[in-house]
Design a protein around this ligand. Structure first.
Ligand SMILES: Cc1cc2nc3c(=O)[nH]c(=O)nc-3n(C[C@H](O)[C@H](O)[C@H](O)COP(=O)(O)O)c2cc1C
Ligand code: SF4
Ligand code: SF4
Length: 270
């Protein structure tokens, strides 16, 4: 069983590859949160968590899901192989330590940990940009090779694997910068739409993993109900670059996994 979250498709791609290798069920966390989050595990079934790093921590929606998760098994839960595969633009800080603590509260041990460096999706701070096309290709090539290696370890339920890029001073990044980021900067309040550029295609609404965008008279409106994960899918998938986050993203690039291929519509099917 693989629980995953993804905004711009990097993690969806990775989780789908692992599911192909393992034959495990692939479950999208925002959809699962609409139900009772109860699952029964068959003997020897692995439990995987795949998600992007947000501010050097697991995204809020993943933490909320774990707090609601109810797993049952005829064995103690710790017997089941449990792993996490996270994607990031650069480094994950103490994301795995934070996740491991969350999982311990529901009786799961985090046995193996993997991170993949993927194209950058965060562009809402002065020093944050999408990658150049060359860097994007380089990251995806390396991630493809890493993922093949990780999938083999996951298929064999290999424990105590640590293939993660924590970066410099992980504690400071996760518990100082990341804590501030996740407490104060995850919001849909700064999104705007340029009505003159918008072609009313609805991709922003369709790409939002949590249903936070509705078209009203052909233009997106954000619900301001606390559901936004700041994944930036609505911004990146807009074919007109009509959506902005404050003024900072006006001159920033756009990215989603597969944007340079003929995969555009399949990539926004959550
Ligand atoms: C809100 C937000 C916060 C992010 N924080 C980090 C971070 O702390 N470290 C990092 O290396 N990448 C960070 N990123 C980049 C993403 O983790 C990375 O691009 C990821 O692969 C996107 O996955 P997705 O396409 O499945 O949504 C962040 C992206 C977003 C949207
Ligand atoms: S994706 Fe862009 S062009 Fe399409 S409806 Fe949304 S804002 Fe308008
Ligand atoms: S409103 Fe935009 S940034 Fe917020 S969750 Fe939806 S797609 Fe992601």
């Amino acid at each position: 069983m693989i629980f995953y979250f993804s905004g711009t498709g990097n993690t969806r791609w990775a989780a789908q590859k692992v599911a192909e290798a393992t034959g495990d069920r692939l479950l999208f966390i925002p959809d699962e949160l609409k139900g009772d989050c109860s699952y029964s595990l068959v003997p020897h079934e692995a439990v995987g968590f795949c998600f992007p790093v947000h501010g050097w921590q697991p995204p809020h929606i993943v933490r909320e899901f774990i707090r609601r998760l109810k797993l049952t098994s005829s064995f103690p839960l710790k017997v089941h192989f449990c792993y996490a595969l996270v994607t990031c633009g650069d480094s994950i800080g103490r994301t795995m330590n934070i996740l491991s603590k969350e999982l311990a509260t529901i009786g799961l041990g985090l046995n193996s940990r993997f991170s993949l460096i993927m194209p950058e999706s965060y562009v809402c701070l002065p020093f944050m940009y999408t990658d150049t096309p060359a860097r994007e290709r380089e990251k995806i090539e390396k991630a493809t090779a890493d993922l093949e290696q990780y999938s083999e370890l996951i298929v064999k339920h290999t424990r105590n694997e640590r293939h993660i890029r924590r970066g410099l001073t992980p504690w400071t990044f996760s518990h100082v910068f990341g804590a501030y980021f996740n407490a104060k900067m995850i919001s849909d309040r700064k999104f705007t739409v340029d009505a003159d550029s918008c072609i009313h295609c609805g991709r922003c609404q369709k790409s939002c993993p949590v249903g936070d965008v509705t078209l009203v008279d052909g233009l997106p409106q954000w619900h301001h109900d606390g559901s936004c994960t700041n994944c930036l899918a609505c911004y990146h998938y807009c074919p007109q670059h009509a959506i902005n986050y404050g003024i900072i993203t006006r001159k920033r690039g756009q990215y989603y996994f597969g944007h340079d291929e003929q995969l555009k519509d399949s990539n926004i099917e959550n």
